[in-house]
Design a protein around this ligand. Structure first.
Ligand SMILES: Nc1ncnc2c1ncn2[C@@H]1O[C@H](COP(=O)(O)OP(=O)(O)O)[C@@H](O)[C@H]1O
Ligand SMILES: [Mg+2]
Length: 309
């Protein structure tokens, strides 16, 4: 079930990569990012030639946030859940460091539609800015409609359980309506890989402030994280990542076996899967302290998620 991650030995420099002028007009998203095209002669075997990549920087206030996208990719591989491959890169002309994230669809052959674009048709007055109405009942209606019309290939119940499981494990609070979507070709559509995973893994906490956290602080922090999506408009947001996951597993018990099997890894396998990132030389490195905090969160969340089954 696991996916073999693409790994790198050294940082990638995108200074000579072609800049995608069209991407600058994309209205989506909050973090500084550009799109770039890999060269025809690929510098590394894991870089697809002539492919668009997102060069996604950190929010100014959290300089090492971009590491979250890369760690999340590795965690996705461990779970066997598709996440676009993410690497560490910099631009030697500007000095910027960022996550370099592989584009997950092919221009001209496929069309990517954001969840929010579709949900707007189901819920009139859907507030795209706040995402207050983002809820599973509308999503279920949308998924059913697409599946009945043979416009959806993905087993959507399992996809949603896996997505909510992944987000609960990394502590992602930002899977809003425009952080998932569907990729359509001429025949039908599939739910997208899980992109935009950086609002997670305790990125907003500084290692110097959390190094002496006790169990109680971890417990409080972890239980405060919730999924963005509600179960229904009528119900208030369920408290904690755990609650919504429990809800969907109860609703769709047929998804349980796969979800549980995804969590079948040890804590040393988890740390082994990201350990190599420490030795990549970069201006904004992944420090041992950051790594240790990330692993403390992941191992605790892993334990509580396993206890759900
Ligand atoms: N790997 C990718 N492949 C294709 N499109 C992507 C990819 N990552 C992001 N996008 C597109 O770019 C938009 C902004 O990227 P995102 O990672 O969501 O940034 P932000 O954190 O600023 O919201 C997304 O809503 C999506 O439309
Ligand atoms: Mg986003």
């Amino acid at each position: 079930m696991r996916i073999q991650p693409l790994t790198q030995g050294a940082i990638i420099d995108v200074a000579e990569w072609e800049f995608d002028a069209e991407f600058a007009v994309f209205p989506q998203g909050a973090r500084a990012k550009e799109a770039v095209f890999s060269p025809a002669e690929s510098p590394e075997s894991f870089i697809v030639p002539n492919k668009r990549y997102l060069f996604k920087r950190s929010k100014r206030s959290y300089p090492d946030q971009f590491w979250g996208e890369i760690i999340a990719y590795r965690v996705g591989c461990l779970l066997g859940v598709p996440v676009p491959p993410a690497f560490i890169a910099w631009n030697s002309k500007t000095g910027h460091c960022a996550a370099l994230i592989e584009w997950f669809y092919t221009d001209g052959k496929e069309l990517f539609v954001l969840g929010g674009d579709l949900l707007q048709h189901i819920q009139t007055g859907f507030d795209r800015k706040t995402g207050q109405q983002h809820n599973m009942q509308d999503i279920i209606l949308l998924m059913r409609t697409l599946a009945q019309n043979k416009a959806l290939r993905t087993g959507w119940r399992q996809w949603w359980v896996d997505a909510l499981l992944f987000d609960a494990l990394i502590g992602n609070t930002d899977r809003h309506q425009d952080n998932w979507g569907l990729v359509f070709d001429l025949d039908s559509g599939s739910l997208s890989p899980l992109f935009d995973n950086g609002t997670s893994l305790g990125h907003e906490r500084f290692p110097s402030r959390v190094h002496n956290w006790h169990e109680q602080e971890y417990r409080r922090y972890i239980s405060a994280g919730t999924h963005h999506v509600k179960w229904s408009l009528e119900q208030p947001l369920l408290n904690g990542h755990r609650a919504l996951l429990e809800k969907v597993l109860t609703e769709w018990p047929e998804t349980k076996d796969i979800a549980y099997a995804r969590l079948n890894f040890s804590h040393s396998e988890l740390s082994d899967s990201i350990e190599d990132l420490l030795s990549i030389h970069v201006q904004v490195p992944l420090t041992r302290e950051r790594m240790s905090f990330v692993l403390s969160l992941l191992t605790r969340r892993h334990l509580f998620l396993r206890s759900l089954f």
